[in-house]
Design a protein around this ligand. Structure first.
Ligand code: PGA
Length: 218
């Protein structure tokens, strides 16, 4: 199984999401190999739309990009694990943009993971490098070096594998790479037996590019 995780970040509105969906559904989806599991992570308000319109695309699953540090209750404006239960299967947690712009700490992120696990949502836990702690029971770890995000230059396979070896992950943990993944370089990550998937941000905003990344899957 290879995971192709699209992170739309804080992009798109209803009209643009609808256009993405329309274009994506025009593509020849029968060319996608059974080994591909795509996970699309739109902003919260677009999740229901994307989920409903793409419900017949069997290889595509829905995720979100964060959750509250609270489980539920009097926290106006928050989107909690309780609210997300039944809506998404996955949640990106600990993205470096959240750690940086919203001052999220390991302890806040571990709480988020705990709440998600309580409702059966699978956290895709992002680390920037070996200094970021990995929470207990995390089944999906995404290595995303900050300098590679949105920069146009991706990390080398050699360095990705070196980082992975330092993590001492259980064999059943999926190890994913993110940072300037494109339709041109995705194959190098996906063909490697040690890398279980990729997490494109910018390239996932264009349905054709997201599709072409999936097509590179061996
Ligand atoms: P990028 O973003 O593919 O645009 O580099 C990846 C990410 O930040 O998840």
């Amino acid at each position: 199984m290879k995971y192709i995780i699209g992170n739309w970040k804080a992009n798109k509105n209803v009209t643009e999401a609808q256009q993405w969906i329309d274009s994506f559904l025009q593509l020849d989806l029968s060319r996608i190999k059974p080994s591909v599991q795509a996970i699309l992570c739109p902003p919260y308000p677009l999740i229901s739309l994307v989920k409903e319109k793409l419900k017949n695309v069997s290889f595509l699953h829905i995720g979100c990009q964060d959750t509250s540090i609270y489980y539920q209750g009097a926290y106006t404006g928050e989107v909690t694990a309780h609210t997300l239960s039944g809506l998404v299967e996955y949640a990106i947690i600990g993205h470096s943009e959240r750690r940086e712009h919203f001052r999220e700490t390991d302890s806040m992120l571990f709480d988020k993971v705990k709440h998600l696990q309580q409702v059966g949502i699978k956290p895709i836990y992002c680390i920037r490098g070996i200094d970021d702690k990995v929470p207990q029971g995390a089944q999906y770890i995404a290595y995303e070096p900050v300098w590679a995000i949105g920069s146009g230059s991706a990390e080398s396979i050699e360095n990705i594998l070196h980082l992975k070896s330092q993590l001492h992950l259980q064999p059943d943990v999926a190890f994913i790479y993110g940072g300037s993944v494109t339709e041109e370089n995705a194959f190098h990550f996906l063909e490697n037996n040690e890398i279980d998937g990729v997490l494109p941000g910018g390239a996932s905003l264009d349905p054709k590019r997201f599709y072409e990344i999936m097509l590179t899957c061996p």
